[in-house]
Design a protein around this ligand. Structure first.
Ligand code: COA
Length: 329
């Protein structure tokens, strides 16, 4: 049995913060941010947590397919910004949506969370263990951003995307393959210093601003360019795909230069690359489902389109998925 995405939706906060917002109090400029990252603006959630962004996206996702909450048998939340350490955000979403017959859990793989959890959701359906999995990729990055650090504050945004995973009605379409990687040697370059079991929150950790994203941008940049491009090419070679065969590259949106380096190595025409980093910044687990949802809504994704989904994130974690789109326009 093959599994596929049968419905998709996204939700982003209304409040838009253009690059000029940071110019007012940080030593930065729209010019620097836009040329180094491709970001023009991002959205921040003023009140509530990650589950509050998932709920409207999930409601729309289920409604589009005419699925009732009680029909969902598993809910997976991909996030690095859960509402709380525990219970899981999946449990909170289960309650808020009334998914009374579902079990579920969170997956933490930073910017690769959506690819890791899509693979997991697909395996649950393919094995016959589940019929309808609600897969949610969401992050409230503004809750872990140091607004005094110009090197990271300008990069991220908040948002959510949800997909329904069910058996495919066509064996040639849906999720075909994934290649996923994890390498803990990446920890020093991208992490949060305190708040976990190694260094619990204390007055000192708060004073030292250790509850925010720490990133060595250059090291992450180099690893991301290599990781995303290598794994995308590996997927193409494994399935004998040429650039002409691929309808869309769906890349994680961390930096336009990382995306361009990946598509260049794949020899893809830039018109075949989904890009919305200019509007949202890096929404971590939400970037890929937001892209898929926006492109589907705009009628730019067609049944039979061959997609390569590709990501790189903290861990390090990275991977690619080969997916044949199986929804009508
Ligand atoms: N505005 C102005 N100057 C800034 C700045 C900002 N917002 N942020 C950093 N700078 C400065 C630095 O202080 C540095 O100044 P210096 O040369 O005087 O020391 C200079 O710009 C260059 O910094 P550098 O870090 O080399 O820039 P970069 O070209 O590598 O771009 C990132 C920085 C963060 C945009 C880039 O490294 C990146 O995108 N990294 C990977 C991000 C990523 O993928 N993260 C998540 C994985 S999912």
């Amino acid at each position: 049995m093959r599994a596929t995405i049968t419905s998709i939706a996204h939700w982003v906060p209304e409040d838009v913060y253009p690059n000029s917002f940071f110019e007012k109090y940080l030593d930065t400029s729209h010019e620097w941010i836009f040329t180094r990252t491709g970001i023009s603006e991002r959205r921040f959630l003023k009140e509530g947590g990650t589950s509050d962004m998932i709920v409207p996206a999930a409601k729309e996702c289920m409604a589009k397919r005419g699925v009732k909450p009680e029909e969902i048998d598993c809910v997976i939340v991909a996030t690095v910004t859960p509402d709380h350490f525990f219970p899981s955000t999946a449990a909170i979403v289960q309650r808020k949506l009334g998914l009374k017959n579902a079990w579920g859990y969170d997956i933490s793989a930073a910017c690769s969370s959506f690819l890791f959890s899509l693979t997991t959701a697909v395996k649950l359906v393919e094995s016959g263990a589940c019929k309808k999995v609600l897969l949610c990729g969401a992050d409230k990055m503004s809750s872990i951003m140091d607004f005094q650090d110009r090197a990271t504050a300008v990069l991220f945004g908040d948002g959510a995307g949800c997909a329904l995973i069910e058996a495919s009605n066509d064996e040639s379409m849906g999720f075909i393959d994934s290649i996923l990687h994890i390498d803990g040697e990446g920890e020093p370059y991208l992490h949060m210093k305190a708040g976990g079991s190694v260094k619990p929150a204390s007055e000192e950790t708060v004073r030292n601003r250790e509850h925010y994203i720490f990133q060595d941008g250059q090291n992450v940049f180099k690893a991301a360019v290599k990781g995303m491009a290598d794994v995308s090419l590996e997927m193409m070679e494994k399935h004998n795909l040429t650039a002409d065969d691929i309808a869309w590259l769906v890349p994680h949106q961390a930096n336009l230069r990382i995306i361009s380096a990946t598509s260049d190595r794949m020899r893809l025409d830039p018109s075949k690359v989904m890009i919305n980093i200019d509007k949202y910044g890096n929404t971590t687990a939400a970037t890929i489902p937001i892209c898929l949802s926006e492109w589907h809504k705009a009628g730019k994704l067609h049944k039979g389109d061959k997609l390569i989904l590709s990501s790189f994130g903290a861990g390090y974690t990275w991977g690619a998925i080969y997916f044949v789109w199986n929804m009508n326009d």
